[in-house]
Design a binder for this molecule. Structure first.
Ligand code: BTN
Length: 266
């Protein structure tokens, strides 16, 4: 996003609170890190940070989110829900639902949510969510939802810039064969996020977990589970529990809870 796009985004925004305050910089270490700093200084709910390029983009499990300039969206959004800290992973699910809907609305038909935070197109990753939280005793102080989406990268630039993850990555452009208006996409995404946040506030966490499970691509599928430091195993994916952990059934009938790791359909 360029500063011209941010002006356009301001004009297109139809939300009540998300994105009313936008901090934009062409280049940043990480939009999540920046917004955590603002949150610690008391930034209000709905504050958004956007960068056109990240030099230290963060992914899940201490991975790097490759964030070149001029093509994608790197955005973080601040929430101050009155919930217990252990419910914060729910915001990853809420954001995944909003992301999937926004990507589908512009015409991509083959999207899938992969536990816990990936959006895939035709089995390749197009977007990811990194939720970070600060708490006060048992309650959430604030939550930062960071979203990275490969939007207008061509196959060529994915191959050039993404190193060894290039073969498992894709972009919206690669799927649709055309450039997408990043300002309009961002406005739609923020509106969709606000909608799901309101659903969460009025109907509670069950409504989000139910929707996520409906949209999830791996329900009842055979999966390979990889948890760092443990032997890999195959199982059947059953669903998520109240805390957002993945439940899988092993071949000897045992139900296992996966807290962090990679789970891929076979
Ligand atoms: C993942 O799939 O591992 C999560 C990737 C999240 C990347 C986004 S880009 C905007 C925000 N700022 C970061 O440093 N990370 C998130």
């Amino acid at each position: 996003m360029t500063s011209t796009m941010i002006r356009k985004l301001n004009g297109l925004l139809r939300t009540q609170s998300l994105g009313k305050v936008i901090h934009y910089q062409e280049e940043m270490g990480s939009t999540n890190t920046e917004l955590i700093g603002l949150g610690e200084k008391g930034a209000s709910e709905g504050t958004v940070v956007i960068a056109d390029k990240q030099t230290e983009g963060k992914g899940r499990l201490e991975r790097t989110w490759i964030s070149p300039a001029g093509a994608n969206l790197y955005i973080s959004i601040l929430f101050r829900p009155e919930i217990v800290a252990t419910d914060s992973p729910l915001f990853t699910f809420l954001a995944s639902i909003a992301l999937k809907e926004t990507i589908e609305r512009i015409g991509v038909t083959s999207t899938k949510i992969k536990w816990p935070n990936d959006i895939q197109i035709d089995g390749k990753k197009v977007a990811g969510v990194l939720t970070e939280m600060r708490s006060k005793r048992a309650m959430v102080d604030f939550i930062v939802v960071g979203i990275g989406i490969n939007i207008n990268m061509s196959r060529d630039s994915i191959d050039k810039e993404m190193g060894k993850v290039a073969r498992i990555a894709t972009s919206i452009k690669e799927n649709l064969g055309k450039d997408i208006d990043r300002a309009k996409f961002t406005a739609d995404l923020l509106l969709e996020l606000e909608k799901w946040y309101q659903i969460f506030r009025s109907k509670g966490k069950k409504a989000i977990l139910r929707e996520w499970t409906d949209e999830w691509g791996d329900l009842n599928k055979r999966v390979r589970v990889n948890v760092e430091g443990e032997p890999e195993f195959e199982a059947t994916a059953l669903g998520i529990d109240d805390e957002g952990y993945l439940l899988v059934k092993t071949d000897d009938g045992e139900i296992n809870k996966v807290i962090a790791g990679d789970v891929s359909a076979i």
